[in-house]
Design a protein around this ligand. Sequence first.
Ligand code: HEM
Length: 396
Amino acid sequence: MRIDDPKTQFETVPAGEAEEIDETSKLGIVLQDKRAREDPSQQGRLLRGVHAKSHGCVKASFVIRDDLDEAHRVGLFAHPGKVYEAWVRFSNAAVLREDDLKADRDGKRQNGSRGMAIKIFDVDGDMLSADNGRNNQDFLMINTPEFAFANVRDYLRLNRILERSTRGDDPTPYFLPAALAQLGQQAEGEPADVAAKRQFLEAAIANDPLLKDLSAADMNGTLASAKVAGKIAQQTVRNPMQVQYFGAAPFLFGDGQAMKFSAAPCPATAQIPFENITADDPSKDYLSEALAATMSGDQDIAFDFKIQVRSVDAESLNIEDATTSWPNELANYVDVARIIIPVPQSPHTADALEHCEKLAFSPWHSLAAHRPLGGINRLRQKVYAESACHRKAEGY
Ligand code: HEM
């Protein structure tokens, strides 16, 4: 299979998707420009289209376990015991560099989605795309097993909505239909505040060309997004190095098999607790402070890198819906490698920050054996390349 094949035989591409991908990536560039212009903290600088705020980039080793069973010796994992050099970047998923726990309109601090991206250098095998001429395998993860948007169509609706706000950062209208659905059927004698909210939401939706004619599928997508957003809001991350991350979408694992991956802080390694954070008064950059404190400690940090592999025709893999996790997903991960982040490191010197800024991660910097699957991943092929090119990233 070649990289320009639009899909594997395991994927179902909806009609019109190629045009939707083009529009989404064009809007991505418009949004990057808008934020550089309108967000004073960027001072005109173009940043990543999302995950703009970094907590730090650190050097790591990616060590394939030497006790791997035969079934897992595929692609990157074909050589048990092999040690690769790697870089890891920790980030907030938010589109602007704002407080780690940003206050909402009522002043309540909100948890956000957090990211961990790993770039593994000079791997062996057929590649989907080189990374500035080098054969690197990137794995990009967030701290929930599900992604907040099911498919290209929903992500495009989000980008169209973001584009209407001054700094290209307000997704609120996307979620209004879900907020209305959560109110349930109108009941006789419902409290005045609920009735007022219902009236407000109904009018806002009826007057919004992007919301008033949602199909049943679009509505389901919106509800699924709201569910994942609710999960993100529940999880307070105290230290970006002490949380489990997930690839969320599916990937190929050799012939006819699909893989999900995850990285979990290794329990055998004592990590520095970072307890002096209160939800009421966190420092605005407390996550990079936690990372710096961890990196100046005297214990190397380790993550177990885990995968799970299922036959692509197994039930409920939902290859085309990134808001779903697999049945019993959390119970089925197997450790296949260890990420070791040696201390001490100084991720916040001017040079280190500039290097971190220039790195470009993409799920399509990948071995063909781990080809990204599903609509959200097909979308990422174009969007990441264009975001990185637009902000003049230089790769590794
Ligand atoms: C499974 C779903 C996804 C996951 C797990 C994920 C995760 C991540 C992570 C961790 C980063 C930060 C990489 C870094 O540190 O440089 C990132 C960057 C980015 N993501 Fe995603 N993402 C997902 C889906 C998407 C989608 C659907 C889009 C938009 C179409 C998107 C657009 C971007 C962009 C534009 C960047 C910055 C690229 C650059 O300029 O280098 N992501 N993503």
